[in-house]
Design a binder for this molecule. Structure first.
Ligand code: 6GU
Length: 262
């Protein structure tokens, strides 16, 4: 997978490339992360990349000619890529979108700054528009890094374990189970006994149940999306029974008291 980032701040990507899994993936030729400086395609002594908006208004707009030059150059180097504009107006990025992007040979990521980029570029040079959430950043560079990071780890061979990416939170609408490492006791708190038991069936059941509990408590919306397995339905039914037992063990009281009016 070739990621080509078009930006006026290519230096921002130096640290991103130089650490951790992204660094290792580049070294192993699983991905490439290159930058094209949009300013290199700007004319004149000052190589200006922005200008005042037609019709007035505050802020500046990125000029079309340098962007067009930079995108054409990127497409020449990576012809099977799609071109994505990072903008708060795009569709919101998530794990499913990351999985779709991971299937392409290359992604050309256009990072806007200021009030945005000239509309004619959006219409004629851009295949997709992506936002990373409902808030406004000062430019698309950080959003690009988020997108590259999420997509890169889905490329075969980028992560260590064979199935590390499949077991992720979100890839199946279930949050991950709780994790523990040594020591067995930390500040009077113990690791759950089942994890020390060596009973793999029990351990897998515990993992599924804690995944379900976490998803239920933290992200009920995900659970509603999910087609539950029979085992998961059994776990949910068991909770219902446990909760009913607690309710029924309460002393009888008037309907008023139960509805909380007094
Ligand atoms: Cl992709 N760009 C900017 N400037 N702000 C954002 C964004 C992108 N996604 C969320 N906010």
């Amino acid at each position: 997978m070739n990621f080509t980032v078009l930006t006026i701040f290519p230096e921002m990507f130096q640290l991103f490339r130089a650490h951790g899994i992204i660094k290792r993936a580049i070294e192993r030729n699983k991905i490439s992360v290159s930058t094209i400086n949009i300013r290199d395609f700007a004319e004149g002594r000052h190589q200006v990349t922005d200008d005042r908006p037609y019709g007035g208004g505050c802020g500046m707009v990125m000029k079309p000619e340098p962007l067009a030059g930079a995108i054409r150059s990127a497409k020449k180097k990576s012809p099977d890529s799609i071109t994505i504009h990072l903008t708060p107006q795009g569709r919101v990025f998530n794990q499913k979108v990351a999985q779709q992007f991971a299937l392409y040979d290359g992604l050309i990521l256009v990072c806007g700054r200021y009030e945005g980029i000239d509309e004619r570029i959006c219409q004629d040079f851009i295949d997709d528009e992506i936002s990373i959430g409902d808030y406004v950043l000062t430019g698309g560079e950080l959003a690009s890094m988020v997108l590259i990071d999420a997509v890169a780890r889905l490329i075969p061979g980028v992560l260590g374990g064979v199935d590390s990416a499949e077991k992720d939170s979100f890839s199946d609408d279930l949050l991950e189970h709780a994790q523990y490492t040594r020591p067995g006791t930390f500040e009077d708190k113990n690791v759950p006994e089942v994890l020390l038991s060596g009973n793999h069936k029990k351990i897998e059941e515990w993992k599924l149940e804690t995944s379900l509990i976490r998803t239920f408590l933290k992200r009920k919306d995900l659970l509603k999306n999910r087609l539950l397995t029979e085992q998961e339905i059994e776990i949910l039914k068991k909770w219902c029974l446990d909760i009913e037992k607690i309710i029924h063990s309460q002393p009888l009281r008037s309907t008023n008291a139960l509805s909380g009016s007094q």
